[in-house]
Design a protein around this ligand. Structure first.
Ligand SMILES: *[C@@H]1O[C@H](CO)[C@@H](O)[C@H](O)[C@H]1NC(C)=O
Ligand SMILES: *[C@@H]1O[C@H](CO)[C@@H](O)[C@H](O)[C@H]1NC(C)=O
Ligand SMILES: *[C@@H]1O[C@H](CO)[C@@H](O)[C@H](O)[C@H]1NC(C)=O
Ligand SMILES: *[C@@H]1O[C@H](CO)[C@@H](O)[C@H](O)[C@H]1NC(C)=O
Ligand SMILES: *[C@@H]1O[C@H](CO)[C@@H](O)[C@H](O)[C@H]1NC(C)=O
Ligand SMILES: *[C@@H]1O[C@H](CO)[C@@H](O)[C@H](O)[C@H]1NC(C)=O
Ligand SMILES: *[C@@H]1O[C@H](CO)[C@@H](O)[C@H](O)[C@H]1NC(C)=O
Length: 770
């Protein structure tokens, strides 16, 4: 120690000798020595002794003094009183603060005698007290840092009179006033840091006018209220308001912002779309708020983004699976939200350079740290419910009126039954029809209207002959009296024969046994309905023949439905095709699926809306000579019975699947699945759904499961769209399934993406057709 002292003394004397002409004015030295006394002789200042040594140019990790023209311009002292009480009541604490003798007032008075002082940094020195008004006497300060001391009370407004101030740091004190509203009057303020204090109350709107501001650190305070639109602060790069109590919606941010930290507040609403344009943004932390809605996909793709933390909010919906993440993105945390659907490819574990946390959502992934789907929809639904409450009352009133009218109508019908002539009244027939179809949801209104829709066959079915009656003789001639050799299909609801009419036209004749309950007239009405369903992607019903018109023994009716003959086999057979010329490429499959989706959409919403269960199956999709898909077996529930007990080989329907089959969306989902993985995989339906579906979400799983033909001919993006669509369609929760319009839209989108990829003209044509 003695040696060290001696050496440093030697050094100082040497500095003294060469700096002779530049000697710090002795008055300035006196001030420094007094400061040392004020600060109660901290050991960092041990070397300050009054023996004529120049105190300038002392440089150590803890202490820097800089002088210019014999005046002190910079003082930086880092003390070691880092121990910090959790609260402070304004009275000194031994070993943590300076003693009772310390007076902030006289300390400032002493400092103000250094009248060239530009930089003052006194950190962790145990200084305590309120910041005195007199602080403005340090009028030339550009940099003031009094962090990690024991200041309390409010920040005195006189600071605004230090006009050259550029940096103000008061972190880690016990300042407990409100956030000052006069910072905008310091014209050159670039950095403001008031972290870890007890500031409270709302932010004043004047923050929007501190236009010189570069960075603002206000984390760990109790600031509440609204976050103002900060876009006027064009130089702002760093925004840290984390761990406060701000409870507004998120505000728009200036374009050049680099870091935005808003975690652990009470922010509500959505992420503004504008965040997708913050091209300088590197770090965005919105964790632990009450934000909702979908996450704008744009924030994942930002050019500079490195880290995104959105954990513990209420974000819902799904993130587009074909997202392309920004190239610098290394950390993403979307855990503990209400996200559903598939995880985008660029956020999966196969991207090694990227750490992604996604637990606690309802995503379809392999990991088991996800919540059940219901968790993610519940909240959204509850909201809707409350919205609908008022509407509910209105509906209740209207409903009441309707019930009364219905009772009157019923009375009238009963009256009619008794007194109107039997079996001939149209009302009677319609009434029957309605009863028979109550399961399928037809109302008498639809049926009546349907009868008056004329020329429906015009709808996109040019060139197809009008629906007509066939005679049994004609059919006998066409099929050689239904010879066994003409039988081409059989199911629980009847046989199908292939026949050739006199005109040379090939037809398929479906032979159906229909309910005894239908009168002939009623049956005709039903067949008329079927005849109105004409669409280029529906196998056309050319006409019918009711055998019981000829002879009727038990009242059971035999009906023949005559369809156009579609020669090229069914879709399922084509999917198992291995001949490379006949095999259906991805774009071919999409084209067929789009056609069928259009047809089903037509059945649901077209001329006669409400044809909702249509036995959608891959082998009910027939292909014509141009490999255009046409749906058969649609709408048969109108005439046939017992359709539900379909026991066709291989399907083995069980439990929830059974119920789901009533839903065309679900059935169509299975067709999509078959298009993706091929019929053989799909035959193991239930186990497949439970075990393999999830692995469709990742690329290894895809390689394993997806039909190699598809993999070889699809673009990844197009495939992803259809995979996520499929998963949505066969969701066990029917309310979360998409509408057919969505299905159609997604398929067309997937086809466009594919078309763009391989410039295939064929799909383009299909898209243009109705
Ligand atoms: C003093 O300056 C040196 C070198 O410029 C630096 O390493 C040190 O951290 C500074 N000390 C303080 C207290 O600012
Ligand atoms: C700030 O803290 C001091 C010391 O604990 C206390 O005396 C004063 O009342 C507080 N002021 C406010 C506005 O809370
Ligand atoms: C406080 O000041 C008194 C008188 O000026 C002095 O006796 C005492 O030692 C000082 N206490 C400390 C901790 O410096
Ligand atoms: C603010 O900074 C600019 C550029 O550094 C300077 O010219 C101007 O004098 C400063 N204003 C004040 C009030 O110090
Ligand atoms: C705000 O805090 C960050 C991280 O602690 C720091 O890098 C930045 O310089 C701070 N800004 C100010 C003005 O202190
Ligand atoms: C969140 O902020 C509050 C202050 O508003 C703080 O007390 C709490 O510790 C913070 N939570 C976390 C996890 O940082
Ligand atoms: C996201 O923020 C939370 C706290 O708000 C933190 O616990 C978590 O570690 C952060 N995630 C990442 C990836 O940094």
């Amino acid at each position: 120690m003695e040696v060290f002292r001696f050496v440093s003394l030697l050094c100082f004397s040497w500095i003294f000798l060469i700096r002779d002409t530049n000697q710090l004015q002795s008055s300035q030295t006196q001030v420094l020595l007094q400061l040392r006394k004020h600060l109660e002789y901290p050991k960092q200042l041990e070397s300050w002794v009054n023996n004529g040594i120049d105190l300038c140019y002392i440089s150590s990790p803890q202490v820097n003094i800089t002088c210019q023209d014999n005046f002190v311009t910079e003082i930086k002292i880092f003390g070691d009183m880092q121990k910090r009480a959790s609260s402070f009541n304004g009275f000194p604490i031994p070993y943590q603060t300076l003693s009772q003798n310390f007076s902030m007032d006289s300390f400032i008075a002493t400092l103000s005698r250094l009248n060239s002082l530009r930089v003052l940094s006194l950190v962790s020195l145990g200084i305590w007290g309120e910041i005195p008004d007199k602080i403005h006497r340090l009028q030339f300060l550009e940099y003031l840092d009094l962090s990690w001391n024991f200041f309390y009370g409010s920040i005195p407004q006189t600071i605004s009179r230090i006009v050259k101030l550029e940096t103000l740091k008061l972190d880690g004190n016990f300042l407990n006033g409100t956030f000052p509203d006069w910072f905008d009057s310091i014209s050159n303020l670039t950095s403001l840091s008031l972290k870890n204090n007890l500031l409270n109350g709302p932010l004043p709107s004047s923050v929007q006018r501190i236009t010189s501001l570069n960075d603002i650190n206000l984390s760990n305070n109790g600031i509440s209220g609204k976050l103002f639109d900060l876009s006027s602060l064009s130089r702002l790069r760093w925004v840290d308001f984390s761990n406060n109590r701000l409870d507004s919606e998120l505000s728009i941010m200036p374009k050049g912002v680099i870091v935005v930290l808003l975690s652990n507040n009470s922010f509500i609403g959505r992420i503004p779309e504008q965040y997708s344009q913050l091209n300088q943004l590197q770090q965005l932390d919105l964790s632990r708020n009450s934000l909702q809605g979908t996450i704008p996909a744009g924030i994942f793709t930002l050019r500079s983004i490195v880290s995104l933390n959105l954990t513990s909010n209420m974000f819902s919906g799904s993130i587009p699976i074909h997202l392309s993440c920004g190239s610098k993105l290394v950390s993403v945390d979307i855990s503990n939200n209400r996200l559903s659907g598939l995880l985008p490819f660029c956020l999966r574990s196969n991207v090694k350079s990227r750490a992604v946390k996604f637990t606690g959502n309802c995503l379809l992934t392999n990991s088991n740290n996800q919540r059940p789907e219901t968790y993610c929809v519940e909240n959204i639904r509850e909201k809707k419910k409350s919205h609908l409450k008022n509407l509910g009352i209105l509906i209740g009133v209207i409903g009441g009126i309707v019930v009364i009218l219905a009772l009157l109508a019923f009375g009238f019908l009963v009256f009619c039954r008794r007194y109107c002539p039997r079996g001939t009244s149209e009302q009677h027939l319609l009434h029957n029809t309605v009863q028979d179809n109550s399961v399928t949801g037809f109302t008498s209104e639809i049926l009546t209207n349907a009868r008056f829709i004329s020329n429906t066959s015009k709808l996109g079915s040019q060139g197809i002959p009008a629906h007509r009656l066939f005679s049994i003789d004609e059919l006998n001639a066409a099929t050689n009296f239904f010879d066994k050799s003409t039988l081409i299909g059989e199911s629980s609801i009847g046989k199908i024969y292939k026949g050739r009419l006199e005109t040379g036209v090939w037809v398929a004749i479906r032979c159906l046994r229909v309910s005894k309950r239908f009168t002939i007239r009623n049956l005709k009405l039903r067949l008329d309905l079927l005849a109105k369903l004409r669409h280029p992607h529906l196998v056309c019903l050319l006409g019918h023949c009711i055998e019981s018109e000829v002879k009727d023994q038990f009242g059971a009716n035999k009906v023949y439905l005559i369809y156009e003959y579609v020669p090229n086999g069914n879709y399922r057979a084509h999917l198992s095709e291995t001949n490379s010329e006949k095999v259906l490429k991805w774009s071919d499959r999409l084209a067929i699926l789009i056609g069928i989706a259009k047809a089903v959409h037509f059945l649901h919403t077209g001329v006669i809306p409400g044809f909702l269960s249509n036995r959608l199956k891959a082998n009910n999709i027939l292909l014509n000579e141009h490999r255009m898909g046409k749906l058969s077996d649609y709408g048969l529930f109108v005439v046939a019975q017992e359709i539900d007990k379909d026991k066709e080989g291989g399907d083995g329907l069980k439990s929830w699947e059974m119920k789901s089959l009533e839903d065309d969306i679900y059935s169509f989902g299975l067709i999509l699945l078959e298009s993706l993985v091929g019929p053989s995989v799909c035959a193991r339906k239930e186990s497949f759904l439970l075990n393999e579906m999830v692995s469709l979400g990742n690329s290894e799983g895809q390689k394993r499961i997806v039909d190699p033909t598809v993999l070889a001919s699809c673009s990844q993006e197009s495939l992803s769209i259809v995979i996520s669509l499929t998963i949505n369609c066969i969701s066990p929760e029917s309310s979360t399934r998409p509408s057919f319009e969505d299905v159609l839209w997604n398929l067309q989108y997937a086809a466009q993406v594919q078309e763009a990829k391989d410039g295939d003209r064929k799909i383009g044509k299909t898209l243009l057709s109705p």
